[in-house]
Design a protein. Sequence first.
Length: 395
Amino acid sequence: MMTVDIASELRYRRLFETAQDGILIVDPATRLIIDANPFLLKLLGFTLEEVIGRELFEIGLLADEAANQAAFRELQTNGYIRYENLPLKTKAGREVAVEFVSNLYKEGDLWIIQCNIRDISVRRRTEENLIDATHIQARRTVELESIVDQRTAELQLSNAQLETFVYTIAHDLRSPLRTMQGFAQLLVQDHAANLSPTGRDYADFINTAAQTMDRLLADLLDFSHISQQKIQLVPVALETVVKSALSGCETAIIESGAHIECTPPWPMVLGHSATLRQILVNLIANAVKFVAGKPPSVRIRAERRENDMVRIWVEDDGIGIPAEFQERIFQVFQRLHSTAYPGTGIGLAIVQKGVERMHGRAGVESAPGKGSNFWIELAPAPVAAPKPIRKNGTP
Ligand code: ADP
């Protein structure tokens, strides 16, 4: 019957013969190779006879005798060596990258060194290809970013040109419009006797249409101004701007009988006071306008969000906005209730453009019949550094 030792010896032998990694056995006393498996012999191009009795550096595994001595010193000290990427030279002079792991251990009464040698050239090539691919990708990303930058600059330029064009048109159209309006009024005032009732109605129509168009052009000019004016962002006291916006809407508030509730606290924000005032005026004017058959109730408040921004809310209990229109109404001339309520459809576009210029965001939460909660988000004003304390203890 086969003993356990013989069985394990056979098993080891089978592994040694069939391993897909190189294995070398070295005598630590003489540093000479005493065995090598077929895989290693094939990798190196030597026969077993050619490697037995040689030192590692002689078969191209370590660069030279000095490297050989250093490796054995390390092995004596630590019992273990590992070289992750060792260039091995085959008999034919070809260089192969290998991972070299060597262990010193006792087998029965004998000390032996086992070296495991793994060919990592394919892995290295794959890694190098990956590094190359990463470099190519990085270069392409830089190229793409520069194309995007260039296109953005072109787009900004053409947007700026378009905004200038809108300004010029709106500005220049007002003058002939005023002439038309003026003459229509004169016609009614000075020549009423010569006009039939229908003729007077026509003159009134011209007048009303001219007034509407004038309001439209004025709002377009405001929009253009908000888009083009140079603004510098500074700490702004919200409370002051809210008060000023409310006084700007005083007539609309009084006429609608609105109840306005302003809820402190009012943090300082980083913004542009005139632009912020204009935004709040537009939001408050809408809040008191879009109601059905009851005095509006409006709440204005501010809160610090989780993203550290300050969100300012203008909440009403008016007619509300269906979800599918809530984004669109921030674009120029987009109106949902054009016949029932006066307006030009530019107010929210000004809100949007204004917050954009202050690096903020705007939005609305609303449902038909449930009121609308408009919000804008701005960065908080940076906290001023404390004044240095003088030597006598006063700031
Ligand atoms: P305008 O008020 O001149 O019509 P805006 O740009 O301010 O133009 O608003 C666009 C549209 O969004 C309005 O016509 C209206 O349909 C809708 N809207 C704005 N604010 C409110 C609000 N608070 N409640 C309901 N609808 C609103």
